[in-house]
Design a protein around this ligand. Structure first.
Ligand code: G
Ligand code: G
Ligand code: MN
Ligand code: NA
Length: 250
């Protein structure tokens, strides 16, 4: 079990870093943006995945200062990229309990000079669970800043559809558990088709996550999915690698 003091010290020592994974347009196959993903580069253990320390950061509240750092870092990095390439940042439901969240996002944008429409904030449905009128209000306040709001891991929650009614998301990220089984499992295939159709009729961009094979990509293209992310196009990688990927673009 990891300890709060270890995580606190790691954060202070600068052992937390961001990896960037490309998001591509399905038709153009060009890079449209990157998702920023937190990593703990431990001096002894090497790279520790977020599943190993984000829950601890949430329990202890450390996710608030860490999340503020992630926002500043990701916006600063994205400000170096060619316009209009975007950056997506994951927000924990715990960050929504922080009354300073909207100011933190505003400051990250101001400090970096990044145009707000180039920042997308990813939330999971836990942010919209019952009795979270305050969170819905916060989402509207964030949207007022001009940033985009994405629903992450779509389809894994027990009530994903109802959340589309509670807030007008800009983007739906189709969970990789459905993308994985595209073509093999008729249910997953039907669900992906339905979500893409839903996005099209509501004017919401659909992003398929976890695309690993050309067959999955061809399937998503045939169904009219807007954007893709996954190992087929690029693994999460250091900022320098993201910059190289962008420069190689025509
Ligand atoms: O990179 P990886 O697949 O291991 O990420 C696993 C999970 O960690 C993802 O679901 C993502 O939502 C979460 N995560 C990654 N980076 C961040 C971050 O900066 N903040 C928060 N709150 N969660 C993150
Ligand atoms: O929950 P969230 O969507 O934020 O998490 C994204 C996670 O998915 C990252 O931790 C990233 O490492 C992982 N991921 C990205 N692309 C792929 C992929 O093609 N296959 C698998 N298995 N995982 C992926
Ligand atoms: Mn995400
Ligand atoms: Na996801």
């Amino acid at each position: 079990r990891r300890r709060e003091t270890d995580l606190h010290e790691a954060f202070a020592r600068g052992e937390l870093t961001l990896a960037y994974q490309p998001v591509l347009g399905v038709r153009s196959r060009e890079i449209l943006g990157f998702e920023a993903l937190l990593r703990w580069q431990h001096s002894v253990e090497g790279a520790i995945p977020p599943s190993d320390f984000v829950p601890l950061a949430e329990e202890t509240g450390l996710i608030v200062p860490i999340g503020a750092w992630v926002l500043r870092q990701a916006c600063a990095e994205a400000s170096l990229w060619a316009d209009p390439i975007r950056v997506a940042v994951n927000l924990s439901p715990v960050q929504f309990r922080d009354p300073g969240l909207v100011a933190t996002v505003r400051e990250a944008l101001a400090l970096s000079g990044l145009a707000p429409q180039r920042l997308e904030l990813e939330v999971t449905e836990s942010v919209l669970l019952a009795a979270s009128e305050a969170n819905v209000a916060t989402l509207h306040a964030l949207r007022q800043l001009g940033v985009r709001i994405a629903m992450d891991d779509f389809g894994t929650g027990y009530c994903s559809l109802s959340y589309l009614q509670r807030f007008p998301f800009d983007t739906i990220k189709i969970d990789r558990s459905f993308v994985n089984r595209l073509g093999d499992d008729p249910h997953s295939t039907a669900i992906v088709r339905a979500v893409i159709g839903l996005g099209a009729s509501l004017g919401i961009v659909t992003v398929a996550e976890g695309v690993e094979t050309e067959a999955q990509f061809a399937h998503l293209r045939a169904e009219g999915c807007g954007e893709v992310q996954g190992y087929l196009f690029g693994r999460p990688a250091p900022a320098a690698e993201a910059r190289r990927l962008i420069r190689r673009e025509p």
